[in-house]
Write a protein that binds this ligand. Structure first.
Ligand code: SUD
Ligand code: ADP
Length: 317
């Protein structure tokens, strides 16, 4: 605050309006993930059912300020640099560039704050969700249509487009093609991460060198599931093709899956994305929370992160 700001606080407020908006960046869960091909650039083609959990990071926007800046708080904030490579700042700069030239010319800077509650490099797309939340917040400030965000999102990472709407979607291509997903039941979800970061490129490499693509019929899904058991019965005909390669790099994933499986009422345990976070599906959010309480002593002893609850959204719109 300057000397004149202290004497004329109303003028200071008018000169430095403090916009405060925030948005949640929800964890993406791949209920199944089939690898169906490979592009000439080496990226793998996927068929995956992506859904979102209640667990989330939070992005807050304040400003306008003199320069674009980022601060990070939260349990998983340590070890994550608030530098120009952070996906929050990369998203802000990418949209600022586009807004400045193509949309309406608005290019103010903002102070961005990230509350990092989701484990990093863990198969639940936390960084992608943060980037998408930043794009949504800035699009609101700069009057950019949500539809304009998708090409910018796709350049930031394969998982960013699905994180824009944070709703259930079938991910095709490398994640840039989003197709309708079934309406989800009010199922329970338990997330468990063993505290070991897994590198996405390494897991894709391990997949490619360990046998590669399996020919199989395309997964056929209904338009809705009314009950968690119906959903699980269809999911059991699918798999996560990255689970075995990730386990070969990080064997504790097998221990996590066995622990989830042994909990009362667990209907399915599986790994999300390229790992190492695993999820359990339960009949409802209450049974997932009760299961988490049974696991929490062991989890705390081993340094595992857990979260229990339900889906963020159950419908595509
Ligand atoms: C596997 C998935 C499934 O949802 O999730 P996560 O495990 O990351 O959560 C995603 O496809 C990950 O998306 P994302 O984490 O954004 O990956 P990117 O940064 O775009 O890519 C990192 C690297 O992974 C490999 N990669 C990624 C996506 C893909 N379809 N094929 C690939 O081969 C490439 O080597 C690429 O350089
Ligand atoms: N805001 C962010 N949150 C998490 N990771 C980030 C962020 N910005 C950059 N990264 C980098 O992106 C990579 C993937 O992070 P993340 O999205 O957490 O992985 P995953 O999709 O496997 O859960 C990591 O190498 C991490 O260092």
């Amino acid at each position: 605050m300057t000397f004149s700001d202290m004497i004329y606080p109303e003028t200071a407020a008018a000169l430095h309006p403090a916009v405060i908006t925030q948005d949640f960046a929800h964890a993406k869960i791949n209920l199944f993930l089939h690898i169906t091909g490979r592009r000439p650039d080496g990226y793998h083609l996927l068929d995956s059912l992506a859904v979102f959990a209640g667990a989330a990071d939070r992005v807050t926007l304040t400003g306008p300020t003199e320069s674009m800046s980022l601060t990070i708080q939260g349990h998983f904030g340590q070890g994550l640099e608030a530098d120009s490579q952070n996906l929050v700042l990369r998203a802000a700069r990418a949209l600022q560039e586009k807004a400045g030239t193509a949309f309406n010319g608005a290019t103010e800077n903002f102070r961005l704050e990230l509350e990092k509650n989701l484990p990093v490099s863990s198969g639940i797309g936390g960084g992608s969700a943060d980037a998408a939340a930043t794009l949504r917040l800035l699009a609101q400030e700069w009057d950019v249509d949500q539809a304009e965000l998708f090409p910018i999102a796709a350049k930031l990472g394969a998982d960013v487009p699905v994180c824009i709407a944070q709703r259930p979607a079938r991910m095709l291509g490398i994640g840039e093609i989003l197709a309708p997903a079934p309406i989800l039941p009010d199922a329970g979800l338990l997330l468990v991460n063993p505290g070991v970061g897994v590198s996405t490129p390494d897991v894709f490499r391990a997949f490619a060198s360990g046998g590669g693509i399996v020919e199989r019929p395309e997964a056929c899904l209904p338009s809705r599931w009314d009950d968690a058991r119906d959903m699980v019965s269809d999911l059991k005909a699918t798999t996560n093709d990255l689970q075995a390669p990730a386990m070969s790099q990080c064997p504790v994933i097998g221990t996590v899956l066995a622990s989830i499986d042994s909990l009362p009422d667990c209907l399915l345990s599986r790994m999300s994305g390229s790992g190492a976070t695993c999820f359990g599906i339960f009949p409802d959010p209450e049974s997932a929370c009760q299961a988490a309480m049974l696991l929490n002593t062991q989890a705390a002893r081993l340094g595992w992160w857990t979260w229990a609850g339900g889906f963020h959204h159950t419908t595509a719109s």
